[in-house]
Design a protein around this ligand. Structure first.
Ligand SMILES: [Zn+2]
Length: 175
């Protein structure tokens, strides 16, 4: 007699927590169009004046939430940034601290932030190269008949026409 057990959706699909810094908004990240729960700080919202409409819409849709980090965590980040020698703004330190507090992935294109995140073992992702990485992939393409081979194909020439294969960036299909 199996009893139905209610599993919350979040647990089923994994709770994807994404923490967004100023650069991710500036470089075009739109939480309303992306999967997962997004968080940012009020400091970031203050900083990103050019993307206010994107931010307010996402807040309204419940795709973005504003949270502030714990003071102790900000202190931890400050210490780590002094050790790595990265000069982080208060806003930078707060957003990294929030990623730690929430156990989320930090989205940032800021090199200094990425560096301190690495030091603190906080997972991070760049935003600016995302579109390119998702839409394109590397393949081997025959110079003669244009047949496409996987990038790890062992031969140097095409099995159909014998022409050399070259590395090319091609559009991903069905994705
Ligand atoms: Zn060929």
């Amino acid at each position: 007699m199996g009893r139905a057990v209610f599993i919350p959706r979040k647990e089923l699909h994994g709770n994807l927590v994404k923490v967004l810094d100023a650069s991710s908004f500036i470089h075009g990240y739109n939480p309303s169009l992306e999967k997962g729960e997004h968080y940012t700080t009020s400091g970031v919202v203050e900083e990103v004046k050019s993307k206010r409409d994107v931010i307010y819409l996402a807040l309204e849709y419940g795709k973005l939430f504003i949270r502030e980090p714990r003071r102790e965590t900000v202190e931890r980040v400050k210490k780590a940034s002094l050790e790595t020698g990265d000069n982080l703004s208060q806003c930078d330190m707060e957003i990294l601290a929030l990623a730690i507090d929430l156990g989320g992935i930090l989205y940032t294109d800021d090199y200094g932030l990425q560096n301190v995140a690495r030091k603190l073992s906080v997972p991070f992702r760049p935003v600016i190269a995302r579109g390119i990485r998702e839409e394109f992939t590397w393949r081997l393409v025959c110079r003669g008949c244009k047949r496409i081979y996987p990038i790890d194909y062992q031969e140097e020439v095409c099995e159909i026409c014998g022409s050399p294969l070259e590395r090319k960036r091609v559009k991903k299909r069905g994705n």
